[in-house]
Structure formats: C-alpha cells, structure tokens
Design a protein around this ligand. Sequence first.
Ligand code: SF4
Ligand code: SF4
Length: 371
Amino acid sequence: MTKKLGFGCMRLPLIDKDDQTSIDLPQVERMVDMFLDRGFTYFDTAWMYHAFESENAVRKALVERHPRDSFTVATKMPTMMLKDEADHQRIFDEQRRKVGVDHFDYYLLHNINGSTWETARRLGTFEFVAGLHDAGDVTHMGFSFHDSPDLLDEVLTAHPEVEFVQLQINYLDWDDAGIQSRRCYETAVAHGKKVVVMEPVKGGTLANPPEDAARLIEGLGAGASPASWAVRFCASLPEVMMVLSGMSSMEQLEDNTGYMRDFAPLTEEETNTLLRAARLIRSDTAVPCTSCRYCVAGCPKQIPIPTYFGLYNSHMRDPGSAHSKMYYANITRHASKASDCIGCRKCVKACPQHIMVPEMLADVAKAFEAE
Ligand code: SF4
Ligand code: SF4
C-alpha cells in the first residue's frame, strides 16, 4: 500500500537562513535517501519554491541519483504568474528541464483562488494541463486550492476531469471560519476527488503548540511528537491520499517517517482531544501566518513579512520577553521595517490565509518600533 506521507520541498534545509536559494544539498540528499529507504515515494515541489530553486534541488538530490520508477514527483503551474497563453508551454518545458524528467506523475495548477481562477479561465490553463495529461506528459492532473468551499465547488463542477485537489488541512484550521478545512474536504469528497493535504502542521505552529495545548496533547501519551499528531490527524481522513510535510531537517524526517511507516489512524477520542487543543491554540495566535512566503516576492519594499509575523506571534504569547524585540532590531539593520509598508496590498492578494498584511504590519511596528 502506498504510504501517505509526501516530502514537501518548500522548506528544505538552508545554509543561510536568510537566503532561500542556499539549499543545503548534501543534507537534502541524505534526507531523500532515508525517505526512499523507508518505503516512501512522493515528492512535491513547485516553480516558485525556494525562490525558483526547489525544482533544481529535486533534480540534483532525487532524479539524478535514483531510478525513475522508485519515486513519484509532483510540481505545479504557477497560475499567479501567468501573463499569456504562451507562458504555459514555456514554463512546463522549463520545469521538465529543471526537474530532469520527461513526465510528471502529478501536475497541479498552483494556488487556485478567486483571482487565479479568473486567470486560468481566461488563458485556458485547465485545458492546457488536460492536454498534457492526454499526451502522457502528466499522469495525474489536480490543483491546489486556497479559497472558500463555494469556489471549490464551482471549480470542480466546471472541471470534472481533475483527479485530485490539494487542500490546506490541519486540526487547527478544520473548524476555522476563514480557512474552512472541513467544508473544503467535504466538498472535494462530494465530487469524488482524492485529497492531498498541505500545511498539516500549519507552517510549524502545531509542532510547537502553546503550553496549555501542548499539555493536552502530551496527555495522549506514547511520547509522540506534537507534529506526529498533526500529520496523523490528516492521514486519518479516508479520502486523503497523501499528507505533505515540508521537512527542514534529518530529525524531522526521521520522526515523520518513523510514525508514518506503519501508520495507525487516530481514534475518535484522540481526534476530539486535538480539536480541543485547536480551540486553545486559536485563542493564542495573533497572526495565522504559515510562512509560505507567497507574499514576499511581490512586495515592492521587500519586507520579510513572515519573519515579522513569527516574531510578533512569539511576542504576543510572551509580551514580557525582550527576545523578539531584539531579533526584530537585528533584522531591521539590513531589511525593511514593518513601518516601511506603503499599503499597496499586493501581499493581501497573494496570501492564501487571507491575512490583512498591512494592518497586521502596523501592529508589528507598534509592538517593535515604539520606544
Ligand atoms: S502592502 Fe506593504 S507589505 Fe504588502 S506588498 Fe505592499 S508594501 Fe509590501
Ligand atoms: S502573510 Fe500570508 S502569504 Fe505571507 S507568508 Fe504569511 S501566510 Fe504566506
């Protein structure tokens, strides 16, 4: 049986944590080897991950070092960057060159939402990918999605040829009024689609939950890591075919592949405990940023938005600590400040979590820049 854990290649280990292109390739190679050794096969990358370097890293660490039939690889058409129809073929050809394969096992339209749905309809992106599928250049066709269940229903009704959808699902967002993981999952299932899960640990938030939630999760026993409960929550959903975990270290990979090797679904009691923990965590997170970095490339002021939101969340959990403020002061010696935001709102359009970035940056500035 195919194992339900996929290697997400958007948070690979870095040599310089401030440079997304500085992927630590020797470490990635060791991680890839262990992942395959333990019987896992699915790798997920995308055109824009790691400032366009993730697909190259997948070629070097995986494709050039392992037989093609020992793994499956997924990548994505960057719908948010398409300007005209000719971009489709140009980008796809470049992706085959970067990843070093003649076909992709899974190919997705990346980040369908209200605005990219418009673009995809105008440029015929679904039709282009369906053509790749018919020609054998793509084995399975899907799309990743960050919007409402109603829009998901509209897209799946318009495109029944799609075989799977990639959704943000985790126990924190399951009943969240903004992300609506549960309703999106139920919509996909109602259309008979398989589901790939992204952000099962919510950008790392669920690997280090706040103290009261952590205590509740520890009570589940067996010394399992908080991240393992988060991943198993998603893998326990019957129509989920794959849970992607963006692994950044050997330690994470060993943990993930350990409990997912002989995966056991959660009991009802365990699921309910995690949903109780979600309520505690939600009351404790100021900005629900997942560090996906989708907002960063388009910011004219090059503000390191997710870094500042991470610091702000830590600060709000422990306002008495000087740690986050000191960190902020260090970073702003060489990067734009939160108060440099000009309010152009490009980031708001790019953010899959629907975060009102400029307003939140104003709060960050108030917390960290006032004397
Ligand atoms: S609104 Fe501010 S943070 Fe967002 S893209 Fe514009 S300048 Fe950058
Ligand atoms: S603000 Fe939104 S787009 Fe930017 S990193 Fe956070 S979740 Fe991603």
